[in-house]
Design a protein. Structure first.
Length: 344
């Protein structure tokens, strides 16, 4: 049985979907033994592992997997695992850091002459291989190393409770400020026109929905940061009827996975998404979701508010589509990579 050690540098969606769910699935099926440092589903942030923690896991494991962390100590830890403990090291990457949006604070560091960029490229060349979440990321990283695509999957399907009115959700991380701007005006118009509609969003950045008309403020609900341990239950309790997934068309977003769509489907919400890369591979427009160009969001949202039978149709069909994205399916792809590394 393969012994896998992973170092997960953050309590985030990356930690949950790239490491915890697929590797725990393999462990629960008694296919691998798993030990990990970092991710525990809380809101804790992590210092780098201690020398003792690194040595214990590296000496035990057959393969060591690192999440992306572009700092000197992270590079040094990878070197220790490879050079001293002689263990193969894989790097998992979920974002295109070569095209970070100028809307994000990280863009100040990730430029051609920035230290994090240099460290990232050095690590990408040094490890024994790179696992990415999308084919587009694979195209970017294949010049650095051998690359495997292991898409994100989803684990649970949750039931909604009966409720009055229509609940719309926009649940994202802090990297989506530019995308939020695509839908803000349409959402405000919808809330002004339909008093039975409530809007829920994660307050992950400043500026979005901060200055809405007084009359619709009772319909606007922002969600504070909550630990990932409570995430599924928290979102499920919102009883979302419609989930919004806008993406501005740029190279950073073109590398994003379809996890936002899967999360909404997981909670039996009808999805409206931008027609971009992985979303277009996942959604069949008009069958299990809607696509919306930047100027169509009001129209598409209104259509689903006024036609509950269409919402039900999209949701029903999406529950068949989501079966293709069960986490076990992609955990098996992860296993293929692990076996290839150990057996050549």
């Amino acid at each position: 049985m393969l012994r896998i050690a992973c170092f997960i540098p953050e309590n985030s969606g990356v930690g949950l979907y790239r490491f915890h769910q697929p590797l725990k699935d393999l462990e629960e099926r008694a296919i691998i033994e798993l030990r990990s440092w970092g991710f525990d589903g809380t809101n804790k942030r992590f210092d780098p592992p201690t020398t003792k923690e690194l040595e214990e896991l590296a000496s035990w494991a057959d393969i060591v997997i690192f999440g992306r962390q572009d700092i000197p100590i992270w590079k040094k830890n990878i070197e220790i695992v490879k050079e001293i403990f002689k263990k193969p090291v894989l790097l998992d990457i979920d974002d295109n850091i070569f095209s970070i949006s100028p809307y994000l604070s990280a863009s100040a560091a990730y430029h051609p002459n920035g230290e994090p960029m240099k460290i990232h490229e050095e690590i990408a060349k040094y490890v024994d291989g790179i696992i990415v979440s999308t084919p587009r990321l694979a195209e970017i990283y294949k010049k650095y190393n051998k690359v495997w695509v292991v898409p994100n999957g989803i684990k649970y399907i949750l039931d909604k409770k009966p409720h009055d009115g229509v609940n719309i959700g926009y649940l994202v991380s802090a990297s989506h400020l530019e995308n939020a701007q695509i839908i803000e005006a349409a959402v405000i118009r919808i809330l002004m026109k339909y008093s039975n509609v409530k809007f829920f969003y994660t307050k992950a950045f400043q500026g979005f929905m901060d200055s809405v008309p007084e009359q619709i403020k009772p319909q606007v609900n922002y969600l504070p940061f909550f630990p990932l341990n409570d995430y599924l239950k928290y979102v499920n309790n919102l009883n979302l009827d419609i989930g919004l997934a806008p993406l501005m068309d740029n190279e950073f977003n073109r590398c994003k996975s379809n996890i936002r769509v899967l999360e909404y489907w997981q909670n039996k919400s009808a999805v409206i998404a931008s027609p971009l890369d992985e979303y277009t591979k996942t959604i069949t427009d008009g069958f299990d979701g809607y696509f919306s160009r930047d100027d169509e969001w009001f129209e598409k949202i209104e259509n689903l508010i006024c036609n509950p039978e269409i919402r039900k149709y999209l949701i029903k069909n999406s529950q068949d589509t989501i079966k293709n994205y069960d986490v076990s399916k992609f955990a098996d792809k992860y296993l293929e990579v692990l076996r290839e590394i150990t057996h050549g």
